[in-house]
Ligand binder design. Structure first.
Ligand code: PEP
Ligand code: MN
Length: 258
């Protein structure tokens, strides 16, 4: 399948370069986002949840609009792009203005009205595979977006639920080749949500790049023990930097760069 590259600012997603997306699970405050990101040596896109889809209604669900303002400010100040998850079509005008890449979360992969509405924009959309969904279902979800005219689609493998419970989910490495075989879209891998534990993030990241992923999305927090969500899987900035050095070696070994 011919590859499609998605241009966002100066970045081409799906090119020879492995795209690096990093940041906290959720935007907690401006000060915290600065601490989380200021020491990252290589990163293209800052991530951070603003309207969070949490499994429990009692968990921290993000700062909402204020989170978008913080993410937008800090990414622009540092000349980085931004990505955050959208949970309702009502927010599309705001995201079109102030977010570079719109993320559809695993729990909304089959929110078809949301997908159709995103298909009417021309923003880059990164759609994450639902943890109970097949790749065929992911591809149909992507078609809900493309059918409305928006071909700026990025797919994300973030782990699926299996009987194995030593990791939070099971990263489906074969998803990378299958998706590449069946679609022209770039494939990003999220090792953080797949692993659920920081000690497994490195091996999954390296495996993903070796297997042909076009990018990685990694959760980073300056003080993981204090993180308001997903603290067990967050890398400290210095741990992220060490990981990226290894990612670069694997990328080079398979003829790619970071
Ligand atoms: C996220 O990336 O912020 C997230 C919540 O992940 P997922 O939708 O894959 O659970
Ligand atoms: Mn998270």
């Amino acid at each position: 399948m011919n590859k499609k590259t998605i241009k966002v600012g100066n970045l081409e997603i799906g090119s020879n370069k492995i795209v690096l997306i990093a940041g906290p699970c959720a935007i907690e405050s401006e000060e915290e986002l600065i601490l989380d990101t200021k020491d990252l040596i290589k990163v293209d896109v800052y991530r951070g949840g603003t309207f969070k889809s949490r499994t429990s209604p009692h968990s921290f669900s993000g700062l909402g609009q204020k989170g978008i303002d913080i993410l937008n400010k800090i990414s622009k100040t540092n000349n980085k792009l931004s990505i955050t998850e959208i949970t309702s079509a009502n927010f599309i005008p705001e995201y079109e203005k102030n977010v570079d890449i719109i993320q559809v979360g695993a729990r909304n992969m089959q929110n078809f009205e949301l997908l159709k509405a995103l298909g009417k924009t021309n923003k880059p959309i990164m759609i994450k595979r639902g943890f109970g969904n097949t790749l065929e279902e992911l591809l149909y979800a992507a078609e809900y977006i493309s059918k409305e005219g928006n071909e700026n689609i990025i797919l994300c493998e973030r782990g699926i639920r299996t009987f194995e419970n030593s990791t939070r989910f099971t990263l489906d490495i074969s998803a990378i080749s299958v998706l590449k075989n069946k679609t022209p879209y770039p494939v990003i891998v999220d090792p953080s949500h797949a692993a659920g534990k920081k000690e497994y993030v490195e091996s999954l990241s390296l495996a993903a790049v070796a297997a042909g992923a076009d990018g990685l999305m990694i959760e980073v927090h300056s003080n993981p023990e204090k993180a308001l969500s997903d603290k067990e899987q967050a890398l400290k900035p210095e741990e992220y930097n060490k990981l990226i050095e290894k990612v670069e070696k694997v990328a080079n070994a398979v003829g790619r760069s970071i």
